[in-house]
Design a protein around this ligand. Structure first.
Ligand code: FAD
Length: 464
């Protein structure tokens, strides 16, 4: 009997999973495997919040597969040794996976493909996690796009993304290979267990991802265009961690949103679609700039004079104690729930980079560890966007003012109070230092002075 190994990675789902569907179609004995690879060269280890998510996502996937009569095989180690060993052990003649787009991951996959070729094993890969393959959308001159709007226009001019696939109704599970115990991977925090807020906020897994999409399209998509900017309102889909781990595919979201499209919400759906477009754009940037998380996209930024990144101000930012309520609320929201509202991500990022003059990479790494949706492409590209060092970036002179931003987007201070409760008695919630506010820190920097310092530093860069 021929055997197929499906190697799952950032695609922890049964539906719209082309590799799994192909295995089901083949009628072969199927082994479904997830490999925790923290050893292959260049692979970035997951941050703490992502490890928490991965544990629960794998547990959920394991249960879903068990209902189909297939065991989820867990292995740990470098792909170059573990995958060939599994193929030999199971005597499989086919290996299937859905594509990944980071350079280190592509190198690993290419190596495995070569090994398969040398050992008479058919290796096949599929497009599953991006609506548009990064290399498929290029400008007229064949170059990758550097600006979002023409990129997304070019995407929209192409053929509409394919329809999503149903989950296989049955899979033929052969004798299950030996598997690690998920608990032994120690992905969950224990001493201390800081994940209570994550447990209160999220339910990882494919079923919950679809529930979230349905809730969003049924009751929250109307008004998305404006509500998405209001951090106190649950105005966005909160699908980002589900997308990050591939519990739901962009094709499923895209088509479900299209089906919901009626006149009243068509503009909201269009804007929501273009946010998915930003995700595609970030991956395209990463594909063509593999060092996006560590290297300035615009090399002129290499000469920038960042302040030391180890001071008390950085610590205050990390802990949500800068004395600026919107910055502190955002940093505490992330610490508690593993997620931060997009507008507040821009404000906290801008504060770190521009008011504290800390290198954007320090912030990128902090978010990487704390976000349940930490994503190699979106995190890096957005940090570079805020810094001004990225593609299609926010101009260097745009310094988000946290006071103006909270007055505009959280005028009643509901979001601020949710995460900074000690401001309950503050006379002036947006500028607590202007009145009585007990137990809340004084501002770590003066907004005006630090803004001018940043503009001078960026101006100096332009002169170099
Ligand atoms: P929705 O508004 O419902 O949007 C739907 C989907 O579109 C999101 O789930 C996401 O996949 C995508 N999307 C929306 N905005 C963006 C964007 N600006 N860039 C890329 N994709 C986007 N997003 C991540 O997924 N992972 C990250 O690590 C990440 N880091 C960020 C760091 C900074 C400094 C900033 C400013 C933004 C970052 N973002 C990141 C983008 C954005 O904040 C989140 O995608 C969004 O807040 C997720 O919430 P949602 O699912 O409710 O979004």
């Amino acid at each position: 009997m021929a055997g197929t190994v499906v190697w799952l990675r950032d695609d922890l789902r049964l539906s719209d999973n082309p590799a799994l569907s192909e295995a089901a179609r083949s009628g072969d004995d199927v082994v479904v495997c997830y490999l925790l690879d923290e050893e292959s060269p260049g692979i970035r280890p997951l941050g703490g919040a992502s490890r928490w998510w991965l544990h629960h996502s794998l547990a959920s996937l394991g249960r879903d597969l068990a209902e189909l009569g297939v065991h989820l095989t867990l292995r740990r180690g470098a792909a170059a040794s573990v995958i060939p060993a599994l193929l030999e052990e199971t005597r499989a003649d086919t290996l299937l996976w859905n594509r990944r787009y980071g350079l280190a991951e592509r190198n690993v996959d290419a190596g495995i493909k070569v090994w398969c070729g040398e050992h008479g094993i058919r290796a096949n890969s599929f497009q599953a996690n991006l609506l548009f393959e990064p290399w498929a959308v290029t400008s007229g001159s064949g170059e990758p796009y550097r600006v979002f709007t023409p990129f997304w226009r070019a995407c929209m001019d192409r053929q509409s993304p394919r329809a999503p696939l149903e989950a296989p109704s049955s899979l033929r599970g052969g004798p299950p290979p030996v598997s690690d115990e998920l608990e032994y991977w120690a992905l969950l925090p224990t001493t201390p267990d800081w994940a209570q807020g994550l447990r209160n906020t999220w339910t990882p897994g494919e079923g919950s991802a679809h529930q979230r999409l349905d809730d969003f399209l049924d009751s929250r998509v109307e008004g998305y265009r404006t509500n998405r900017d209001l951090p106190a309102t649950e105005g966005t889909s909160r699908l980002s961690p589900h997308l990050r781990f591939g519990e739901i595919s962009p094709f499923q979201i895209w088509h479900a949103a299209r089906e919901r499209r009626d006149a009243a919400v068509s503009e909201d759906i269009r804007v929501f679609g273009s946010e998915l477009g930003w995700r595609e754009f970030c991956w395209q940037l990463l594909y063509f700039n593999p060092e996006l998380a560590t290297k300035n996209y615009r090399p002129e930024f290499d000469a920038f004079a960042w302040e030391s990144s180890t001071g008390a101000e950085l610590h205050a930012w990390q802990k949500g104690r800068t004395g600026y309520p919107l910055v502190d609320a955002g940093m505490r929201q992330m610490e508690e729930t593993g997620w931060m509202h997009n507008r507040v991500r821009m404000v906290t990022g801008s504060f770190l980079i521009k008011n504290l003059l800390v290198d954007w990479r320090v912030g990128e790494r902090w978010f990487w560890d704390r976000l349940v949706d930490a994503d190699t492409a979106s995190n890096a590209a957005n940090w570079q966007w805020v810094a001004g060092s990225g593609a299609d970036a926010s101009p260097y002179f745009r310094v988000f003012n946290p006071v103006t931003q909270s007055r505009k987007f959280d005028p009643e201070g509901k979001y601020l109070l949710r995460y900074v409760p000690e401001l309950a008695d503050a006379e002036n919630i947006h500028e607590p230092w202007k009145g009585r506010s007990e137990g809340y820190p004084a501002p770590v920097v003066d907004l005006k002075e630090s803004r001018e310092r940043a503009l001078a530093a960026f101006q100096a860069l332009r002169g170099t």
